[in-house]
Design a protein around this ligand. Structure first.
Ligand SMILES: Cc1cc2nc3c(=O)[nH]c(=O)nc-3n(C[C@H](O)[C@H](O)[C@H](O)COP(=O)(O)OP(=O)(O)OC[C@H]3O[C@@H](n4cnc5c(N)ncnc54)[C@H](O)[C@@H]3O)c2cc1C
Length: 319
């Protein structure tokens, strides 16, 4: 079997799990085995059932009263116990912060190599893989060895496709967990602002950089995003200067976005920012410098001071 670790937050599925399952299905077919989804935490079997549409015929729900919140070592230990009972050919996870962290713990426990952010796999004794490196600026071809192949799937690369199955056989697994695997765990949660659209999922993002000039300057961006039903993001300069919270940072060390339209205001387009926004279908850059990398890469560019361009745009939209 191929074990696919489903990323979810207290039962809410992360759509990148479906990207992972799409690649897992291909790997399973080439290996001549099936895909078993691993769901950690007490969740309704309804979630497991929905995975039938993505080629899953078997799901293992690891339930334990301490697994409902994320705890990387405890989750990893759980997957290791499932693996030792099932001898999978491969264990796959999402190439998100959480998926990469979890699989790295699993790799360390199993003393096996792991490949992060994989986009293509050709199975064999070792797997020939292609994976995203350097924040998406290059693809690397590599060989993945190990008795069990451990890999995460690069987010937002693999198009999701369905492959309906009759139904999912659900198995419950109760791991044995020592207190010491709960050294890192979620203690409390902070709810996002009510009504705030998540950057990663927004269909329109208005981003601001150093050119915005101040935290107050972001008022214009908030207004524009509000009118267009989008989210506001920022460059690392904007978050480092405290103009926006870190959660709003777009880029290599922030969130990767893939909206239909990204409006980049006063952002130069440094490579570390670009890798976070290049998944946007269209980019409109507003910048005083026509030579800024963001301006040369954008689909549309307005050369001008954002403090004049944005009020004009907002006034037009209000009409
Ligand atoms: C390891 C590492 C990780 C990093 N991760 C990230 C990351 O995740 N995200 C990220 O964004 N950066 C990241 N950075 C930082 C990155 O290298 C850049 O420094 C940063 O993106 C620059 O931010 P900026 O475009 O806002 O500022 P600047 O590069 O200073 O650009 C400001 C732009 O605003 C324009 N401008 C100025 N005034 C106006 C105006 N009135 N109207 C219109 N335009 C105006 C200027 O012409 C300029 O193009 C990282 C760097 C490192 C080393």
């Amino acid at each position: 079997m191929i074990l696919g670790i489903i990323e979810h937050d207290r039962g809410a599925l992360n759509s990148q799990s479906l990207e992972m399952l799409t690649l897992a299905r291909q790997v399973a077919a080439d290996e001549g085995v099936g895909v078993t989804a691993v769901l950690i935490g007490t969740i309704s079997t309804h979630l497991a059932d929905t995975l039938a549409a993505y080629g899953v015929s078997h799901a293992i729900i690891a339930s334990h009263d301490r697994l409902n919140e994320y705890a990387p070592e405890a989750w990893a230990e759980t997957v290791v116990q499932i693996a030792s009972a099932n001898a999978p050919k491969a264990i796959m996870a999402t190439g998100t912060d959480r998926g990469n962290e979890l699989l790295a713990h699993i790799a360390a426990r199993l003393n096996l190599p792991m490949a992060a952010n994989v986009t293509q796999v050709t199975v064999g004794d070792s797997y020939a893989i292609t994976r995203v490196r350097w924040g998406g600026s290059l693809f690397e071809e590599a060989k993945l060895h190990g008795k069990i192949k451990l890999l995460t799937v690069a987010p937002l690369v693999q198009p999701v496709s369905e492959s309906p199955r009759g139904g999912v056989t659900i198995e419950t697994f109760t791991p044995e967990l020592d207190d010491k695997v709960f050294r890192v765990r979620v203690n409390s949660r902070e709810a996002p602002e009510a009504g705030k659209i998540s950057l990663a999922e927004a269909r329109l993002v208005v981003g601001g950089g150093r050119g915005v000039g101040s935290a107050d300057g972001f008022g214009l961006l908030d207004e524009l995003a509000g009118l267009l039903g989008g989210a506001v993001g920022g460059s690392r300069v904007a978050t480092n200067l405290g103009w926006r919270p870190h959660a709003d940072q777009v880029g290599q060390t922030g969130t990767r976005i893939a909206p239909d339209l990204y409006i980049a205001c006063g952002i130069s387009g440094a490579i570390q920012h670009w890798v976070g926004c290049k998944g946007s279908k269209k980019i409109l850059a507003i910048n005083t410098d026509p030579e800024a990398p963001m301006m040369t890469k954008a689909d549309y560019a307005v050369i001008g001071d954002l403090h004049k361009v944005l009020p004009a745009l907002i006034a037009e939209l209000k009409k």
